[in-house]
Design a protein around this ligand. Sequence first.
Ligand code: SF4
Length: 471
Amino acid sequence: MDLDKPHEECGLCGVSGGEAAIERIHMGLHTLQHRGQEAAGLMGSVDGECRLHKDCGLVEQVFSRIPPSWHGRTSRAISHVRYSTAGGSLSLNAQPIMVDMVGHRVGIAHNGTLCNAASLRDELQREGAIFQTTTDTELILHLMARSLMKHHNGLIWDALEDSLKQLKGAFSLLLMTHDTMVAVRDPHGFRPLAIGDFDDGGYMVASETIAFNVPGARYLRDVEPGEMVIWGPNNAMASRRFAPCEKRAHCIFEHVYFARPGSYVFGDSVYEVRKRMGRVLAQESPVEADVVMPIPDSGMYAALGYAEESGIPFDMGLSRNHYVGRTFIDPGLVSRRKLVTKKLQPIAEAIRGKRVCLIEDSIVRGSTCRARVHTLRAVGAKEIHMRVSCPPHRHGCYFGIDFPEREALLANKVASDQLARALRLDSLAYLSRDGMLSCVKAFPPEAYCCACFDGQYPVLPDQLADSPLPE
Ligand code: SF4
């Protein structure tokens, strides 16, 4: 976890049918740990009864306490990793959330953020709804219960469809009852959600395709924006549309930073996109240097691309301590700062007397960036030129990513011509917005959300509805 990076709020993994559902989901969710380190949880249908296990902690810690008797007796399950932002860091807010509603025991897990959560919560509370958590996810269950009572008389997935039409913003969801699992993606497709299958007839749904690799699932396709995919009691996969696919708004920052390089998201290999970003960055902002050096781990693939394109040798001058942060990670600021300073160690032999082209995938607050430049100078770097494989962040995100306030974003705090000096760099250059979008191939540039870079919000969040959009 890096203080200078925004954080993904959540990761999802679900399994329906096949053998060893809990083992498969455990392996899958473990590969999604980067999407949330504060809490993890699983809801399963154990001998046809819905059971829930969730707690604060990493996947390994939480799953090690799942009752052994659930193994081999679970036919379907949904799971979640969480990084706390909106909604606070209470263990109460861990997911899945399981409730009883009008004759159904239902569970839900959510990746994304609803843009109309405040107004929906207000409306529901006026009608007498009582909330157990401070998350926006619980709203969906209340909307379902209300719809079930008013219109659908027991048809729970009709009630879900009705509820989904009232939501605004980013939501990739997994829901389940004792005999059914449902995967949902919002009509813009902000966050990824992929479907895989196993030879034994089981299915897996996950935030990233990398979750399929270890348990051995094959990637089938993505859940489409505006689609509900349902696996009922016979485990046949059925598709249902709750809304037309509106203008796509896939989060480009999944490619820049969040997703793991071994994943495919929105139809592109994250590894290939990141390397292309490095190549385009080298074309747009060349530099005379002795060595191209990534800030590990996320700057690695852009640095490889930069080195290949520029012909400058690639080297690793910063070594990451992988044992920092292996225990429970407190999201508090002080703990995070300590972690960051312990995480990267310079290798003087790779740096001393060299002109270093340092590749970073993004700069948000700039706080850790200054510390790293200081470290490189202290071991004798002759020059430090930083190249960043995305444009400057100037705006907040309302679609499931934890960005600091606008005022805390470095690009808003310091004039662009002073940025290099503020960071004690010899030069600084960012990848352009068009250059970044030229690196994704599966969809045209207008299918991606770039709002944290350009302020063009695909959905106007409630928070900005009464105020002018930021310049
Ligand atoms: S605002 Fe940025 S981080 Fe948020 S969804 Fe859009 S591209 Fe992703």
